[in-house]
Design a binder for this molecule. Structure first.
Ligand code: EPU
Length: 302
């Protein structure tokens, strides 16, 4: 979708918003799949209410993009524009055991920056691609930890109320790959409280998690991490593997040979290919076990 309304185009620089016309979402997602649309890069949180009022007044549909690492975007010219935060400098500020982190900050860099300052707890998240905002929205976790455990405060734009708000940690519920945020809430910043730990000890934990991840996940390939959530008490990856579906393909979309809950783009996969593969695997699992796997990957398809 192109922003053609001159009223909007003229106001963007005043709001500190940069327009990247016809951006390729394939280039902005870890799956490397997705069509094109106009991208608005937001430099100041304070500009968001005015920007969104403007877009709504002109009926411009929009979506918020984090790091694009858990996302499957449709093909072709997309019927909405995309908004993305630009990380400020610095994007992480420490004070005692608290880390104030911008939502656009890279998650891995946040884990290592905190570690170097003797703040631990997030070792399991090393190697999880994406932004802190994206991790927060879905309560990303691995190796027995989840980011929600450390959240004390979240600054967000509440689309329903059309304003910036700050929520305390106890006002938010964090469950397995799920939070109480509304789908159109936009994460802006988070205050984490992290346990003190000497850097060498944190580094040991980071190395162990890195090794486990390297041994079991297709890290060098284009993927969106796990496609499905684990059903209670089971592993979606194991269930798919046990059906012998590793290597199953639709076009260049392929069930990873290394971890069956990772579906990789082995070349020039389209969203159509990937969606067909996901639907096929889901149906086969349902037929064999009766379990309907729930999507973990977020799909923006029309
Ligand atoms: N397994 C297989 N075949 C496979 C994959 C896994 O037999 O193809 C078996 C493993 O051998 C193991 C069990 O299934 O016995 C569990 O596998 P794994 O330890 O890889 O954990 P998972 O449940 O498949 C979850 C998260 C990952 C996270 C790892 C490590 C979900 C959907 N997945 O995977 O998170 O990195 O644990 O904590 O919760 C993600 O959310 O995108 C993600 C990658």
């Amino acid at each position: 979708m192109r922003i053609e309304d001159p009223k909007i185009v003229a106001v963007l620089p005043e709001l500190g918003v940069q327009l990247n016309p016809s951006a390729s979402l394939a280039g902005l997602t870890s799956l490397g799949i997705g069509g094109t649309t106009d991208l608005l890069r937001i430099h100041k949180h304070e500009a968001i209410p005015d920007l969104l009022n403007l877009l709504d007044a002109q009926d411009v549909p929009h979506k918020f993009l984090g790091g694009g690492s858990n996302l499957l975007v449709g093909d072709g010219e997309l019927p909405w524009i995309v908004l993305q935060l630009v990380s400020p400098e610095p994007d992480i500020v420490l004070e005692g055991n608290f880390a104030q982190v911008d939502a656009a900050a890279d998650l891995g860099r946040t884990v290592t920056f905190c570690a170097k300052n003797d703040l631990g707890g997030m070792e399991g998240l090393i190697g999880v691609p994406g932004t802190v905002g994206g991790a927060l929205r879905m309560n990303a976790g691995a190796y027995g930890m989840q980011i929600g455990s450390y959240v004390r405060e979240v600054k967000l734009y509440r689309a329903a109320a059309r304003k910036l708000e700050t929520l305390q940690g106890d006002q938010i519920s964090f469950e397995y790959r799920h939070t109480s945020f509304a789908p159109d809430d936009m994460m802006l910043a988070v205050k984490l409280e992290l346990p003190s730990k000497p850097y060498p000890e944190i580094l040991k934990g980071i190395r162990i998690c890195n090794e486990k991840r390297r041994a079991s996940q297709p890290l060098g390939q284009k993927s969106a991490g796990c496609i499905f959530k684990n059903p209670p008490g089971a592993s979606a990856g194991r269930m798919i593997d046990e059906l012998g579906l590793k290597g199953l393909s639709v076009g260049d979309a392929r069930v990873s040979d290394r971890h069956a809950n990772f579906f990789v783009n082995a070349g020039k996969a389209s969203a159509k290919d990937m969606l067909a593969l996901i639907a096929d695997v889901r149906e086969r699992v349902q037929k064999s076990s009766g379990v309907i796997l729930e999507y973990e990957v977020v799909v923006w398809n029309r």
